[in-house]
Design a protein around this ligand. Structure first.
Ligand code: C2E
Length: 872
């Protein structure tokens, strides 16, 4: 209700004001009319565009509607002058105005042409004229960008003149703005020049706000109404009439058609446009914010990852460094071109004694022995191959920074680094121990471990070379085969350690006798070979042989014993005796045996006969093996006589070999061979059984004889001597005290404890023990006391000439006295003449044995000549 009352109030106020204004207009116009004598018109014709919504347009019924219709109605109402407002096609409206068929024209822009004929009111609306275009087009921003397009425009519109004035001729005319908008909706026209207010109005009406866009205004036009220039009184009337319409009324009319004032509408449009921009800007800002946030998150993430990676890298670097420094091998990286080291591990520093020396002050050359065959030339070959991508592995003679040398195994390969540079990665292993072991093995393969002299293998090589050289130079080579005469005795009596010492001493002495270029080799046992290179003749060889004899002659002391060693030498010459190693060796060996047979401690050159002897010697060795099986051995017996009464009280069993071809062979020839081959043990057992059996037979025949049997050192060491003796006694039934075992001095002084034990056990069996060949070995009272021996046998070398040789007489006498002081019986062997018997009797010797009483003989002969016939 209050609202209605308000409206009514306003209407009443307006009507009152209108009456006042009309009255004033009459008052005001009266003097004018009087002055010009022109009466105000009763009615006026106003032509206008009929299609410029919302200013003026026709509704569905064809009636004019719009702001201008309402304004002119109000004007008519205020002035009392009827207004025939004619909405026409704009061109027609202009034509009628020009033809004087209308009093005023509205919705007209002010142009120069029009100013010439029309008088214009003040502008009442400012209208932008932009280009409208489909939103899917781009690049349309100003008039120049319109070229190539057909521009839609309302026929007779100011825009047509404006475009043409700017060279745009391709214009499609439409009867109204609505027709243009419809044509654009149908995409018949894509671009059009339309005044902005009707365009926006029509787009809004047809829901095409999003279909079309527009440029900045090409220009701005202003709406006027106008009258013919020659009708100022009419202009005056019209102006006064409009002055009667208040701005508020005008605004109310505009709001009614726009819904709000045109300016507000434009403002809203601006705000809407701005809003779009603001939204777009906000959206962009938001996107930027999100992007920024995402970027920050990504950066944070990356930073974290990077930190982690750096930590891992540092940790990995630490781990790498720990491993790098603690591996057992030295590792270094160096430049292949300059050899300069770039990186070394701790092991490398330790191995090469680098200390804290900066790595860039070391090059690989400083780490190499640099001596052939490991010199710079070889290194270059390996370095080049490794730099070409072929991994290399080789042994290298390395040098510590203090100059000392050692052996390494080097593995070298190309390493490509991230900086694109190629380096060599080198792993070095200290192989000094392995190398030394290899060298030692190599040495051992070619040398005798005891004396470190070349062995047979190396000897052969040296002989071959010496022969080749001598052949070229027309010279000779001497091959000397040496054998130590007493080695066996020393070895058996003083033990292996003593034997070894003797061999080493002899080796040392031999070295003093020959030139560096000559070769001394040890073949094993007591055999040595000397090769004299490039000798002129046999005289030179003789000189060396004598030098050698002199050199080995001085005795050496081993385990408190003075040992004198002599050598037997056989010499073969190239080219006379052979052209190859084997031949020369055989011949030198044969010559050596010949030297031995010739009395030892001498040398012999090879002669054809020696070869035959050597062959015979070999045959002896092999024949001996078969002799026992074939029953080729036989025992001979030599009588032992009591010097006091002249009775035969015993016999010594002496072995003989009835060789099928050679006849009787002396034990002096085959016993050493049997000892060498070990055959002496079964042979000794056989002798024991035979001798006991024979003694028992003789005893059974009424001859109370003791039976003396020789024992070899080997029987003591290897044979089960006690068992053999017991069995022989048991088998034969001989009383143990009738068996006398002859031991040599050399047996007595070997492995004391074992020998003492054995002699005690033999003694316990009840057998007698005597020492054979007393005086030739290491005659010592000490062991005579310790061993439970019963008898001494003075060696025949003293006895034989005791009547003529005072020295031997003195020795024999001393032995007899000493033996008796120890309560031992004494027997002298080698008694050949009665003078010796007298001497022995005179000095109290108990027994005698020798050719004087009978040579060794068969059992039958012994019975016939000794047992059955008295011995004088
Ligand atoms: N010039 C000369 N010589 C005399 C005289 N009286 C004895 N002979 C010899 O002197 C050697 C004594 O034996 P042997 O010293 O034990 O020396 C023995 C002994 O060591 C060894 N032998 C002999 N038979 C055996 C044996 O059955 N077993 C062992 N292990 N060795 C034996 O062979 C060596 C040599 O034996 P045979 O040639 O039989 O030589 C015997 C004997 O023929 C003499 O008045 N003048």
């Amino acid at each position: 209700m209050r609202v209605d009352a308000g409206r009514w109030g306003v209407a009443l106020l307006d009507r009152t004001r209108t009456c006042v204004v009309a009255l004033c207009l009459v008052v005001m116009l009266a003097p004018v009319a009087r002055a010009e004598e022109v009466a105000p018109p009763q009615s006026i014709i106003v032509v206008t565009d009929d299609n410029y919504p919302p200013y003026i347009f026709r509704d569905q019924d064809g009636r004019l509607q719009g702001i201008l219709r309402d304004l002119w109605s109000l004007w008519s109402e205020r002035t009392g002058i009827a207004v025939d407002l004619q909405g026409l096609d704009w061109a027609e409206a202009q034509r009628r105005m020009a033809a004087g068929q209308a009093d005023a024209i509205d919705t007209v822009f002010r142009t120069e042409a029009r100013e010439r004929v029309l008088a214009f009111s003040a502008p009442y609306a400012t209208l932008d004229v932009p280009i409208f275009f489909h939103s899917d087009l781009s690049g349309i921003v100003d008039v120049t960008s319109l070229k190539g397009f057909t521009i839609g425009a309302k026929d007779g519109d100011a825009c047509v003149d404006w475009l043409k004035a700017r060279g745009i001729a391709s214009i499609r005319p439409y009867p109204s703005y609505e027709a243009i908008i419809d044509a654009m909706a149908a995409r018949e026209t894509l671009v059009a020049c339309i005044d902005k207010p009707p365009a926006l109005y029509l787009m809004y009406k047809k829901g095409m706000q999003d279909v079309l866009r527009h440029t900045q205004p090409l220009y701005s036009g202003q709406f006027h109404w106008a009258v013919a220039k020659d009708r100022p009184e009419l202009m005056h009337v019209l102006r006064q009439g409009f002055d009667l319409i208040s701005p508020r009324e005008r605004q109310a009319i505009e709001e009614r058609w726009f819904g709000f004032s045109l300016n507000d509408r434009v403002q809203a449009e601006v705000w809407r446009e701005m809003g779009k921009y603001v939204l777009a800007v906000l959206a962009v800002a938001l996107l930027l914010l999100i992007w920024n946030w995402l970027l920050r998150r990504q950066v944070a993430h990356k930073t974290q990852s990077l930190t982690l990676a750096l930590d891992e890298l540092a940790e990995s670097e630490g781990r790498f460094r720990t491993i790098f420094d603690h591996v057992n091998d030295a590792i270094f990286i160096h430049r292949a071109d300059t050899g300069r080291l770039l990186m070394v591990n701790q092991r490398m520093r330790d191995m090469y004694g680098m200390g804290d020396l900066p790595v860039d002050r070391i090059d690989v050359g400083m780490c190499s022995a640099g001596v052939s065959p490991y010199g710079a030339a070889e290194a270059q070959v390996w370095l080049r191959a490794a730099a070409a991508g072929q991994p290399q592995q080789f042994d290298w003679h390395a040098r510590r920074l203090d100059g000392s040398l050692f052996w390494v195994e080097v593995s070298m390969r190309l390493a490509r680094f991230s900086d694109g540079q190629n380096r060599l990665l080198v792993v070095v292993r200290d192989i000094t121990e392995r190398k030394n072991a290899q060298d030692r093995l190599e040495f051992m393969a070619h040398h005798d471990p005891l004396t470190e002299l070349p062995n047979r293998l190396l000897l052969q090589d040296r002989v071959d070379r010496a022969i080749a050289l001598a052949e070229r130079e027309g010279r000779r080579v001497a091959l000397m085969f040496l054998d130590l005469d007493q080695f066996k005795t020393v070895n058996d009596s003083l033990g292996h350690a003593a034997g070894d010492r003797l061999l080493k001493d002899v080796a040392w002495r031999l070295r003093q006798c020959v030139r560096e270029s000559d070769t001394i080799a040890r073949l094993g046992g007591d055999e040595f070979v000397i090769v004299l290179n490039a000798v002129r003749d046999a005289d030179g060889v003789v000189e060396v042989a004598e030098k050698i004899h002199k050199s080995v002659a001085p005795p050496i002391t081993i385990e408190g014993q003075e040992v004198t060693s002599t050598l037997s030498m056989g010499i073969a010459m190239f080219p006379e005796d052979g052209h190859d190693f084997d031949t020369l060796m055989k011949k030198a060996d044969a010559a050596m045996y010949h030297a031995k047979e010739s009395g030892r401690s001498t040398y012999r050159f090879f002669a054809a006969r020696m070869n035959a002897d050597a062959v015979a010697h070999l045959a002896l060795r092999s024949g001996l093996h078969r002799a026992l099986e074939r029953g080729e051995f036989q025992l001979y017996f030599q009588p032992q006589v009591s010097l006091a009464g002249g009775a035969v009280v015993g016999a010594e069993a002496l072995i003989r070999w009835n060789h099928p071809e050679r006849g009787l062979v002396s034990p002096a020839e085959f016993i050493p061979v049997a000892e060498d081959s070990g055959l002496i043990v079964p042979m000794g057992d056989w002798v024991l059984r035979q001798a006991c059996r024979q003694a028992a037979l003789w005893q059974a025949g009424g001859h109370a004889l003791t039976m003396a049997v020789n024992l070899s050192a080997l029987q003591f060491r290897r044979g089960d001597l006690e068992r053999a003796v017991r069995e022989a006694l048991e088998e034969s039934g001989l009383a143990p005290h009738s068996l006398e075992l002859e031991l040599t001095e050399s047996i007595m002084i070997q492995d004391h404890e074992a020998v003492m034990d054995m002699t005690r056990r033999l003694g316990a069996l009840g057998v007698q023990l005597s020492i054979d060949d007393f005086g030739t070995g290491y005659s010592s009272m000490a062991y005579l006391k310790r061993f439970a021996v019963d008898k001494l046998k003075i060696d025949q070398s003293f006895v034989r000439d005791v009547h003529t040789d005072t020295d031997n007489a003195a020795i024999t006498q001393a032995i007899i006295q000493m033996a008796h002081s120890l309560k031992l019986e004494v027997i002298a062997e080698g008694v050949e003449v009665t003078e010796v018997v007298e001497f022995l009797r005179h000095h109290g010797c108990d027994l005698a044995q020798g050719f004087l009483y009978g040579r060794p003989m068969t059992a039958q002969r012994f019975e016939k000549t000794v047992l059955d016939g008295p011995i004088s």
